[in-house]
Write a protein that binds this ligand. Structure first.
Ligand SMILES: NC(=O)C1=CN([C@@H]2O[C@H](COP(=O)(O)OP(=O)(O)OC[C@H]3O[C@@H](n4cnc5c(N)ncnc54)[C@H](O)[C@@H]3O)[C@@H](O)[C@H]2O)[C@H](O)CC1
Ligand SMILES: [K+]
Length: 499
């Protein structure tokens, strides 16, 4: 895992690195500028003309160093804007300013109330404010940001788009630079994970600036990202002499006459994720489809729900395509009161629980809930923005000892210990119906194989997204859920064989 830091934690790590590496703060800034430039030249290979718009804090200091380093790499068409809208400046800004003046790079000072210079450059590098932003922008900075947004062809932000907070509620932050690319230092800013950031940044790239890893890892953070090593250290290799009994019997209660596909997708994903045996509890109207499409999967008739609590199954998934009719609502209430195996609740099961919140109290510790945004809001109340929603997921997961997998472009896995694991695999080609059903099948299969619920959730969301990434890398711009399923064994094999 890699801890994701708030702005104040970034400052802490910054200070610790300076003292304990040790490295001077001006050299750390140089390292950041070098890392930025390396990425920038790999993204913009045709040596565009640039305006570098610098504030007078450390983000601006980075901008000045970037100007110098681009010049040293042969960029000739560089203009630096210095935005002096107040008297504040940092020492490292000042050092880099003096260094810059020894180069023949055009420097233009911007003062309040003066007319803004026209923007003719191909790219504006935004180094106005970084993670030091402490309130929404007001004039004259606001007008400058609006002007850049209107006039610039392409903006590349240093560390974070100017005007965006590094974490917290973004709702009141309206005046933000709209960046094509953000080259950010060390780890993604927490704000980048929320859909609200999408209108301000198209892509972000993380560059290593060598902040102290041990100290970063030691911080007690709310958020961390799921890394390849987390998968390697959790995935168990399939043993020689193992047999179907070794990998557990999973059962999925899903599907209805008109939504049988959801049950089939979940069951198929369960199969491909390696459950020893998979049973799907469907109405008899789905039997021919099941037997034709998934000969490996067994059927349990819908009338035999009482079997689910008998200890026969090692894990249980409930919800995809199940419906929310009276009959389902009744049987789900009874079922949840039973002694069930490790459980995943998705889709209609969540909607039934949302309609009868008392059912939440019946859920055993470590039950996995996999809501998307709307299902989450139905369960736990409406949130106006994502920061609130995610913090609510954290609170509910710890309070109720549940595992809440809040699905989105970056899925948040809120664990009972209060930590939120963020998954970075996956891509927009996966935004299609049935993907959630597949995730449920993956999770149920992992539980059947004996993974602890928290590990199953972390592994499951990663594997799901990674399978989509493999297909996207093969050129699939749209990925039907049934195609993704076939890639699951490849992901598992890739990570198992590198253990
Ligand atoms: N550890 C790292 O990641 C490193 C980051 N670097 C860069 O430093 C900036 C953060 O720099 P800082 O000086 O703390 O803040 P800013 O430059 O973002 O802001 C300067 C200054 O502006 C004032 N301010 C804040 N909000 C507003 C506002 N709304 N209106 C007006 N003025 C405002 C406040 O006083 C700030 O202190 C980080 O992003 C990186 O780019 C280092 O270079 C290397 C290590
Ligand atoms: K910036």
């Amino acid at each position: 895992m890699q801890n994701l830091l708030t702005a104040s934690q970034i400052r802490e790590v910054d200070a610790y690195t300076i003292i304990n590496e040790p490295v001077s703060s001006i050299d750390l800034m140089e390292r950041a500028a070098e890392a930025f430039v390396n990425k920038f030249v790999s993204l913009y290979t045709d040596r565009p003309s640039v305006i570098i718009c610098c504030g007078t804090g450390n983000n601006g200091g980075d901008g000045l160093a970037i100007a110098r380093l681009l010049f040293e790499r042969g960029y000739t068409n560089i203009v630096v804007w210095i935005v002096r809208y107040n008297n504040k400046k940092t020492d490292d800004f000042e050092v880099n300013y003096k260094r810059l003046l020894t180069y023949s790079i055009q420097v233009q000072e911007l003062f309040p109330a003066e007319q803004l210079p026209s923007i003719t450059a191909d790219v504006v590098i935004d180094a106005l404010f970084g993670s030091g932003l402490n309130k929404p922008l007001i004039d004259p900075w606001r007008s400058l940001v609006r002007y850049i947004n209107k006039e610039a062809k392409v903006v590349v932000s240093v560390d974070i788009p100017t005007g965006m907070p590094a974490e917290g509620n973004m709702e009141t932050f309206e005046n933000v630079i709209i960046a094509q690319d953000v080259i950010t230092f060390q780890a993604p800013k927490i704000s980048f994970l929320f859909p609200e950031s999408g209108k301000f940044l198209k892509r972000f790239h993380v560059v290593d600036i060598g902040l102290h890893q041990g100290f970063m890892a030691s911080l007690d953070t709310e958020f961390c990202s799921i890394m390849n090593d987390d998968i390697r250290s959790r995935l168990k290799v399939r043993e020689n002499f193992s047999h179907k009994g070794t990998y557990g019997h999973a059962c999925i209660l899903a599907g209805n006459e008109h939504t049988m596909g959801a049950a089939l997708l979940s069951a198929e994903a369960c199969l491909y994720t390696g459950a020893g045996l998979t049973t799907v509890c469907i109405p008899s109207s789905g039997l021919s489809a099941l037997n034709t499409r998934l000969p490996e999967v067994m059927a349990l008739d819908r009338s035999k729900l009482s079997e689910l609590g008998t200890g026969k199954y090692k894990s249980l998934g409930i919800g995809p395509g199940l419906g929310t009719g009276e009959e389902i609502r009744g049987c789900l209430s009874e079922l949840l009161a039973d002694d069930l195996p490790p459980l995943v609740l998705d889709a209609d099961a969540l909607n039934v629980v949302a309609a009868n919140k008392n059912l939440l109290t019946l859920l055993k510790a470590e039950t996995i809930l996999t809501p998307h945004m709307k299902e989450f809001d139905r369960l736990f109340g409406h949130s106006d923005h994502w920061w609130d929603r995610v913090i609510k997921a954290r609170t509910e997961a710890s309070r109720r000892k549940l595992i809440i997998v809040l699905k989105n472009r970056y899925t948040f896995v809120a664990l009972p210990d209060g930590k939120i694991w963020v998954n970075f695999t996956g891509n927009p080609a996966m935004a299609s119906g049935g993907m959630g059903d597949v995730l449920t099948g993956i999770l149920v299969a992992l539980l059947a194989q004996g993974y602890k619920a928290a590990d199953a959730a972390i592994l499951g969301v990663f594997i799901h997204g990674k399978a989509g990434d493999l297909l996207a890398a093969e050129g699939m711009g749209v990925i039907p859920a049934s195609c993704l399923i076939k890639k699951i064994p490849n992901v598992i094999e890739d990570f198992s064989s590198s253990i």
